[in-house]
Design a protein around this ligand. Sequence first.
Ligand SMILES: O=C([S-])c1cc(C(=O)S)c[n+]([C@@H]2O[C@H](COP(=O)(O)O)[C@@H](O)[C@H]2O)c1
Ligand code: NI
Length: 394
Amino acid sequence: MGDAAWVDATAGVAGDMLLAALIDAGAAEERVRAAVASLGVPGLAVHTDTGRRGGLRCRRAHVVVPKSDHAHRHLAEILALVDGAELSAPARAAARETFTLLAEAEAAVHGTATAEVTLHEVGAHDALADVVGAVAAADDLGLLDADVVCSPLAAGSGTVRAAHGRLPVPVPAVVEIAARAGLELAGDLTGERTTPTGAALLAALARPGPFPAMTVRAVGVGGGARDTPDRPNITRLVRGTARAADAVRTGEVIVLEATVDDLDPQLWPSVLEAVRAAGAWDCWTSPIVARHGRPGHVLSAVCDEAARPAVADAVFRHTTTIGLRWSSAQRETLPRRAVTVDIRGREVSVKIARLGDGTERAKPEIADVEAVARALGVPAAEVAALALAALRSS
Ligand SMILES: O=C([S-])c1cc(C(=O)S)c[n+]([C@@H]2O[C@H](COP(=O)(O)O)[C@@H](O)[C@H]2O)c1
Ligand code: NI
């Protein structure tokens, strides 16, 4: 059964609120701090404490910004900082997606080119720490490949003072991000409740929808800067284990392919490893007869849209190809769970998939089977049979 999470943004969401909620829900603050420090911006740091918003306990995230904080950065400079940070490939892809969406929304709103936008308020040091901290925290909780669903985002109302004067609320960048990501804005709260950074992070990390059926494991509450009288100014994050029936995942995936006929064949295992490490859920090669009758391979990788740039980069870096193609496809996966069985004091994980008629199909994880077979000096087939027998008698 997969991880699931629900983000309640009905009272609002900003980058610091989501970051605080993720840490409050169990993400390792050390890991967040290390990710922010790895950006290499001197003096930039993040820490949290607890507070109260509208009578509710919450965690607050605070960003310490460098003394001379007048950062005006183009998207390319921000992406270069993100690329240099110590993040997993999926976390890096999520951070890149967040900042790209922010820049594209700003460009659309102000009628400029994305590359020319300077993200000042919405790209300043605190947004950098909020975004990188939030993706590192989501990664730590295993949420980057989980089913993360978000509520409608609080629209807010009125006006807010920004660098270039007063802006209507919801601010233009938030409306643009919501339109691009298909997020819902709702509610009649006053003031600015959802910021561009908060909306862009949810666009990268979550899909809009109702509360997913799950066994709840933890709740995190992130507080905003103001203590609003009408409703506690908090973002909540509930995480847990998806109910088996809800773990059936259908949706769009990216299938990326490259045709390669000039790679030393001994390198293919390392290529597959690198492509998987870059964020592909699965990848494989198919033998082909390429142009001029040359034997070659088609490298195929399946990933989500967020991981596509990192997966494409890995294909270019680890193979000899100078071009690739991708398309979107529909995917359906069966609900599955993992059970660990004991084989003479050693553990073997068995994956159990459930078919539509309720019958189950069990398969011992081959890597565990091979390791135990090596340790016991018996054939792998014997360990696999023992694992299935242990499962039946458990
Ligand atoms: O700086 C600019 S151009 C700016 C544009 C917009 C638009 O909606 S356009 C909004 N803002 C405001 O900046 C602060 C900070 O936002 P974060 O996302 O960094 O938290 C917020 O009040 C925005 O409404 C600035
Ligand atoms: Ni703007």
